[in-house]
Design a protein around this ligand. Structure first.
Ligand SMILES: Cc1cc2nc3c(=O)[nH]c(=O)nc-3n(C[C@H](O)[C@H](O)[C@H](O)COP(=O)(O)OP(=O)(O)OC[C@H]3O[C@@H](n4cnc5c(N)ncnc54)[C@H](O)[C@@H]3O)c2cc1C
Ligand SMILES: *[C@@H]1O[C@H](CO)[C@@H](O)[C@H](O)[C@H]1NC(C)=O
Ligand SMILES: *[C@@H]1O[C@H](CO)[C@@H](O)[C@H](O)[C@H]1NC(C)=O
Ligand SMILES: *[C@@H]1O[C@H](CO)[C@@H](O)[C@H](O)[C@H]1NC(C)=O
Ligand SMILES: *[C@@H]1O[C@H](CO)[C@@H](O)[C@H](O)[C@H]1NC(C)=O
Ligand SMILES: *[C@@H]1O[C@H](CO)[C@@H](O)[C@H](O)[C@H]1NC(C)=O
Ligand SMILES: *[C@@H]1O[C@H](CO)[C@@H](O)[C@H](O)[C@H]1NC(C)=O
Ligand SMILES: *[C@@H]1O[C@H](CO)[C@@H](O)[C@H](O)[C@H]1NC(C)=O
Length: 547
């Protein structure tokens, strides 16, 4: 493939090499307070096959003057920027051997690993942990190779989706990829947890379009799809990468998009009959033409007479020109009252910029910027799935939440399912939310003030809203989306073993019946549960005993 990830043949050789090293580096229990010094020494001593990319250039301890800027750079939620426990060491690998060294030495010196790609985890799991830990930050592994002729690409896991979209657009105007909306989101976390955007109704999730991957496992072996086997390859497409190893690269299948697409954003307040229009939207959103996706963003607004109101912003992409879109809307969703003047014709990459909020003719280069355009805030998110339309009375009970203080900087987003999402079976990949879902809800609240009290106030607000919605959303389990990680729905034990049934409390919500297979895969690839976090898949092996 390229310098950073060797070809398959090379890879097999190097995996044998690593097995040998792992044996040489026999495991000794961790002991003293200078664990991390020994750990760093272990990284330096680990055999690397070239010195140009010496690991010593990419190891940052807390004493290093660059430590904080590197740690903070990819923190996307200020709630975790002052966490009491910071990583003892940050490694920003340049090569696979740096990842292998980190995995082997961490086990030797009793350190946990948190792997970070884009740092968007809603609960900061990629850079905060309670036990002594190292952050493996993939920021330097972001090469992308687009093969337009074969409609595929190899993407290193530290690349962002913005970088991917940019690279695709440099090669072709009629190829795209069905992933998320926010350009700085990392492919490492995003693809391994699902990943959706405006192409989901036609093409499914990002994870549905992954066709190969490279992962370094707990023994330090670099494995491709063939070497890892179909069980592990299944697990990392929607089951989250963090439970299984460190994903180095993805091979993805690109999809065909027309040279002209149409986008619009149409706001309707309560005074403009938002409730009735949303009611109608719920009856059609998942049944619309697969080329048409209309999602809704709700937020607080001020109406003409100066009163607070709720605004429903209908945000849409259509894979085609405005001449086809207008009659389609008149036929299927006339209640919105869409007119030609609301619409903008652009390219697919133009739609990416538009949805990301770049509407002032910015160059596609902005997609390469890893800094969040509207700044980083304190925030908390949650998610739900809706299988039966929410009655008007349900919607009317939701609106007052936006008028509370904490509702000022909050949003609720309805994203329609249907089409391709109905066709893919629930067990095809670990992401189980398929046929039967009309739409997906994301709840979000953000704030700018520091302090526990402010945090608690806003978190309580979103928990109350979530609790209010219980009546109207999926049940048994109340389903949730892994990529909108929410520790409120359940966590593993802080210390010691977490049983399968305990973990099922949260696991069934994210994965439904796929949770069991995930646990079996975990047991095979990481029985001793080295790769763990608050919501990692549990191993069925406890203290060497298979349960
Ligand atoms: C502003 C914002 C916008 C978003 N928009 C969308 C959207 O449009 N659609 C959507 O589906 N989701 C969206 N998300 C959610 C996003 O998909 C998840 O937060 C995703 O997990 C982020 O991936 P990351 O690499 O940036 O995060 P990270 O925090 O780096 O990682 C998330 C998790 O994956 C693990 N991980 C990361 N890289 C690897 C790797 N290489 N190997 C193994 N494990 C790894 C981490 O350890 C952590 O557990 C958004 C999130 C935010 C904050
Ligand atoms: C790398 O550098 C070390 C010391 O700087 C040297 O001993 C070693 O031979 C070098 N290895 C390679 C492969 O060049
Ligand atoms: C910080 O770490 C980098 C990378 O390992 C190293 O090059 C640099 O010399 C270190 N700086 C300090 C002040 O320790
Ligand atoms: C983190 O703590 C420092 C020092 O106490 C403070 O100056 C800073 O504002 C805090 N940042 C956040 C985001 O809470
Ligand atoms: C397309 O794939 C074929 C078969 O794998 C390969 O031989 C060819 O080189 C690829 N094309 C490009 C442009 O890489
Ligand atoms: C809202 O609906 C009512 C009744 O259907 C209608 O009379 C009114 O014109 C609508 N208002 C707007 C702004 O569309
Ligand atoms: C909105 O404003 C009008 C007057 O402009 C007032 O009569 C009405 O009570 C207000 N409604 C709410 C819900 O505050
Ligand atoms: C990246 O985006 C941030 C936030 O909008 C901005 O401040 C910064 O200047 C941008 N960087 C570059 C190189 O354009």
């Amino acid at each position: 493939m390229h310098n950073n990830t060797p070809s398959t043949k090379m890879m097999r050789l190097s995996s044998y090499f690593v097995v040998a090293i792992a044996l040489l580096f026999s495991f000794t229990p961790s002991s003293s307070a200078n664990t991390h010094e020994n750990f760093v020494q272990c990284l330096y001593n680990y055999p690397h096959n070239n010195n140009v990319t010496s690991i010593s250039n990419v190891v940052y301890t807390q004493a290093n003057s660059s430590y904080s800027s590197i740690l903070d750079f990819s923190i996307q939620n200020l709630r975790f920027s002052n966490a009491s426990s910071k990583p003892l060491v940050i490694v920003t690998p340049l090569t696979v051997s740096h990842i292998q060294a980190t995995i082997i030495c961490s086990q030797r010196y009793g350190m946990q690993i948190r792997t970070r790609s884009g740092g968007h985890d809603y609960e900061g799991l990629s850079y905060v942990a309670k036990d002594p830990f190292v952050v493996l930050d993939l920021i330097n592994l972001r090469k992308i190779e687009v093969d337009a002729e074969n409609s595929t690409a190899w993407v290193l896991a530290g690349a962002t989706i913005g970088e991917l979209y940019y690279s695709i657009s440099q090669k072709s105007k009629t190829l795209g990829f069905p992933a998320g909306v926010c350009p700085p989101v990392g492919t490492g976390g995003h693809f391994s947890g699902g990943g959706y955007g405006f192409l989901m109704r036609k093409f499914g999730l990002a994870a549905d379009n992954v066709i190969d991957a490279h992962i370094v496992d707990v023994k330090g072996n670099l494995l491709d799809r063939e070497a890892m086997g179909e069980d592990l390859f299944w697990a990392i497409r929607g089951g989250g990468g963090a439970s299984f190893g460190v994903i180095v690269a993805w091979k993805i299948k690109l999809v065909s998009v027309p040279s002209t697409v149409t986008v619009f954003r149409v706001p309707r307040t309560l005074e403009q009959n938002a409730t009735e229009i949303v009611h109608k939207w719920q009856l059609v959103a998942n049944k619309l033409d697969e080329d048409l996706t209309i999602r809704i963003n709700f937020g607080r607004a001020t109406s003409e007479n100066g009163n607070l109101t709720v605004q429903a912003q209908f945000e849409s992409m259509y894979l085609g020109g405005v001449d086809q879109l207008i009659p389609l809307m008149q036929e299927s969703f006339p209640e919105l009252g869409l007119v030609r003047e609301d619409c903008i014709e652009t390219s697919w990459i133009g739609s990416i910029l538009y949805m990301a909020g770049f509407t002032n003719g910015e160059s596609t280069d902005v997609l390469l910027n890893r800094t969040q355009a509207n700044g980083v805030s304190f925030n908390k998110g949650k998610s739900d799935y809706v299988r039966d339309p929410i009655p008007d009375v349900g919607l009317e009970g939701l609106w007052p939440f936006f008028f509370e203080d904490e509702g000022q900087s909050s949003f609720v987003q309805f994203t329609p399912y249907g089409s391709r999402m109905d066709e893919i079976s629930e067990s095809e990949i670990p992401f189980p939310h398929r046929a039967g879902n009309i739409f997906h809800i994301q709840y979000g609240v953000s704030w700018q003030e520091e302090g526990d009290e402010e945090a608690q106030r806003h978190i309580n607000w979103i928990r109350r809203m979530y609790s209010y919605m219980e009546t109207y959303v999926s049940k048994s389990p109340r389903a949730a989306y892994l990529n909108y990680r929410d520790l409120d729905i359940g966590v593993n034990n802080n210390k010691g073993y977490t049983s399968y049934s305990q973990a099922s409390v949260w696991g069934l919500k994210y994965f439904k019946n796929n949770f069991n297979r995930l646990a079996r895969v975990k047991t095979n690839v990481d029985p001793l549960n080295f790769f763990r976090n608050e919501q990692s898949i549990p191993s069925l092996v406890s203290k060497g005993r298979k349960l």
